[in-house]
Design a protein around this ligand. Sequence first.
Ligand code: AMP
Ligand code: MG
Length: 541
Amino acid sequence: MNMPLRDQTLESLTFDNRFVQELPPDPQPKNYRRQVSGACYSRVLPTTVSSPKLVTHSREAAGLLNLSEESCESSLFTEIFAGNNLLSGMDPFAMCYGGHQFGNWAGQLGDGRAINLGDVINSQQERWTLQLKGAGPTPYSRQADGLAVLRSSIREFLCSEAMYHLGIPTTRALSVITTGELVERDMFYDGHPKDEPGAVVCRVAPSFLRFGNYEILASRGETDLLKKLVDYTIRTDFPHLGEPSVTCYTAWFKEICQTTAAMIIHWMRVGFVHGVMNTDNMSVLGLTIDYGPYGWLEGYDAQWTPNTTDARGRRYCYSNQPQIGQWNLLQLANAIYPLVKQVEPFQEALAYYNTLFLKGWNDMMAAKLGLKTFSAETDDTLIGELVEILQLVETDMTIFFRQLASITTSSKVQSGNNIPAAISEAHYKPEEITESYRHRMNSWLQSYIKRLEHDKLPHDKLPDELRRQKMNSINPKYVLRNYLAQLAIDKAEEGDNSMVIELLDLLRNPYEEQPERDHFAAKRPEWARNRAGCSMLSCSS
Ligand code: AMP
Ligand code: MG
């Protein structure tokens, strides 16, 4: 990998704020909560804070800006990314967007606590928007305060970077900074508000445009502005699609279907559950965006949702994510329909999403099992049966797939015997294992081994070893287990940032063995089973 140049100081960054230059602003300069129509954004300044302190920064995200390590450690960096100061060339604004929340149209939402500072053009001529989250109220803050707490900021910071290192499309995080101020939050909306340390994260992405940016304009019948925004998006972020036109719009939509499917297949691969897949949390670039009450599957459970607000309906549970992705795309299709005025191209693209998803899922699952290619004849049953078995007793998803790589074509599995030790390491409650479960799992392993034999190259001396390496390059050993993030937060709230820094470093190499850090790959401890932040999360952040 080419290391990016990191020779820029903060003052030497080049800004090109095309969004504000090309699209109409809200004419009202005052910062108060309101409906903003006929505009794509409102100019607004971050709120200054009393005593900003850097928790940590991501050197890889700084690399995107070519920002030197020295600059990241400077007090100016902390001041800028806490919202206390602006660099020349920055032109801060909050975006106007709407969204469907939990299946219902929610009207105007917008950047209620996010402020875009400007777009940096780096040495590769790439565009990277810098955005503060938690830097104070904007016209879109509705009844809320525009702030963020340390707990949710650390979760966003660590997960953004962890996802990147897992190879999953995501917005990035440059820094997390405590503000020195307290922010009141009622974590479970149960009448127990608490003061928590405030924090600001600086996020980085080529664009923060969401499905909701287009939906709000369509909902207001602002078709000319909708066209302007779509044309802007295509010219800026999808230049390979050519000049905007009706055919270009449908090609654009099709590409969003494709990148959304690809993103969700990645989530399914690593057991990531976003938790709030509202259309305002869906990036048009197919990036994972807005890390709120997300979580990682520990025990494999298709119905699991980390979000307490979603506990009843389970709309956003693990196994619903693909289907919700498509529902959200349908809302985007409805929004841009006035520019195309034909239904078929959208229907085709949405059907294409299904095809892509199914193929992507099969290929991904085959790769997780270490098969050379997916073959429907044998693998539909193999995968279907495994997914059922994994839910019969609580089985750690990450550990299971990692351990499966140690099963070889010479492994001896008898259906009447104990389950191989490698596999039972993934079980949370060995006492739940019944005779019939043992038979079923062992029979599955026997079919699996047979299937592997079928894949073996005749002259390949090390097929088992090669397969193990391939599996380990897509089945991570380390993920941001919910309880690990919470332990890092507990320490950081006491002023000790060491575990945030250690997890950031651990998750740089999620597929590598890191023997001295094996404990971070362990099953969730029992104390974390029902602890807030470890298994239950709310949108309060
Ligand atoms: P979310 O569910 O976190 O994606 O947020 C939905 C909407 O609420 C977005 O418009 C956010 O900007 C806004 N929002 C969430 N938290 C806050 C907050 N503390 N202050 C202001 N706006 C917020
Ligand atoms: Mg959001």
